[in-house]
Design a protein around this ligand. Structure first.
Ligand SMILES: Cc1cc2nc3c(=O)[nH]c(=O)nc-3n(C[C@H](O)[C@H](O)[C@H](O)COP(=O)(O)OP(=O)(O)OC[C@H]3O[C@@H](n4cnc5c(N)ncnc54)[C@H](O)[C@@H]3O)c2cc1C
Length: 320
């Protein structure tokens, strides 16, 4: 819709404030569009991105497999050229929004010998013969977001659906997508943490123990002060990562800082919010338990916190 990424993160923070699972579900198409935006042909953009904005179509990003998540080069899915189409085979795992997707971005090997340079991206429509879905996973949190496996069994993919029209760009397109999407996931974490903080602050001012609001107990006040500092810091990292992308500058390191820090502080803040609510926090009567369950996956998907640290380590030593 021609929003810049900074505008997008403002929207994403608010969606996640309301419900992080809803924000993830709504953003699945955003992540999937990214490799087409950065690497697709003009025809692919018109047809498949056009369907997203004009027809309300949905799409899902198919990279992870049962045997390979962080280690993307370990994927088994492959595509073999056969005349004017490719034959695609493989199984993708934990695919957000798969049950609602009209098309998928699928990462596959076209030349396994060439390593990551032998990976290619494909646009695969969900109603093509040979595409089938697994059951919706029962997840710890974010349950309104549909997560399931997708099987590709001898799927005939027309050659014009090879992303960018050339083999070997899949890895690059799939990974640069994260530079655009990680600021948005960081914004989800900020929104999630902010909701937990605001509920906890309000509760701490109402709930009394030992004759005074629990906010006045300095151990509780300190928790809220730390939550607020971390949220402010995470938001600024998020804005910076988005702003750099909008300037057309490299934001790989900035996006990793934002995603790693925001996901970690959201997990911490939501756990502390449950603590501030005491026994009520452990029930579903108040929203903080749901926010805590929702936060955890942010340290896992779109590159885990460990993987973000590896990216930062690589970036800070790149020119040494
Ligand atoms: C709800 C949900 C939605 C998802 N949506 C999508 C989606 O839409 N599309 C998609 O393609 N994928 C999706 N994923 C998959 C997600 O991106 C992967 O789960 C994630 O990348 C981790 O991969 P893995 O689960 O295989 O864990 P593994 O890669 O097996 O990692 C296991 C643990 O080891 C750590 N680890 C791995 N390698 C290293 C290392 N070198 N150094 C230090 N620690 C390491 C990891 O950080 C993790 O803690 C989703 C996952 C979930 C849970």
């Amino acid at each position: 819709m021609e929003f810049d990424i900074l505008t997008e993160v403002l929207v994403q923070e608010e969606l996640a404030w309301g419900d992080p699972g809803f924000a993830t579900a709504a953003y699945a198409s955003g992540l999937t569009a990214a490799p087409i935006i950065t690497g697709g042909t003009e025809e692919q953009k018109q047809k498949y991105l056009g369907a997203l904005v004009n027809d309300g179509a949905n799409c899902s990003y198919c990279v992870t497999e049962p045997v390979a998540g962080s280690d993307v080069q370990g994927i088994k899915t492959n595509a073999v050229l056969n005349g004017d189409h490719y034959i695609l085979n493989g199984t993708k795992m934990f695919i957000t929004g798969a049950g609602y997707a009209d098309w998928f971005f699928v990462l596959a090997y076209t030349d396994r010998e060439a390593g990551y340079k032998g990976m290619s991206g494909f646009i695969v429509e969900s109603d093509w013969e040979g595409v089938s879905l697994g059951k919706k996973e029962s997840t710890m949190g974010q349950r309104c977001s549909d997560t399931r496996s997708v099987n590709f069994d001898d799927v005939r993919v027309p050659i014009e659906n090879l992303v960018g029209g050339e083999e070997g760009n899949g890895w690059f397109n799939a990974m640069t997508a994260f530079d655009l999407s990680r600021p948005c996931v960081a914004a989800h974490a900020v929104g999630n943490a902010r909701a937990a903080y605001e509920y906890a602050l309000a509760y701490s001012l109402e709930r009394e123990t030992f004759g005074q609001p629990i906010f006045n107990h300095q151990m509780i006040m300190a928790k809220l002060a730390d939550m607020k500092t971390n949220i402010e810091a995470a938001r600024l990292l998020t804005y910076r990562a988005a702003w750099l992308a909008d300037q057309g500058e490299s934001n790989t390191e900035a996006a990793a800082h934002a995603k790693r820090f925001a996901a970690d502080i959201a997990t911490e803040a939501t756990i502390e919010a449950v603590q501030i609510f005491g026994g009520f926090g452990y029930t579903e009567e108040y929203p903080v338990a749901r926010l805590m369950r929702a936060a955890k996956v942010m340290q896992i998907y779109e590159g885990s916190s460990e993987i973000q640290r590896l990216i930062i380590g690589r970036e800070i030593t790149r020119d040494l």
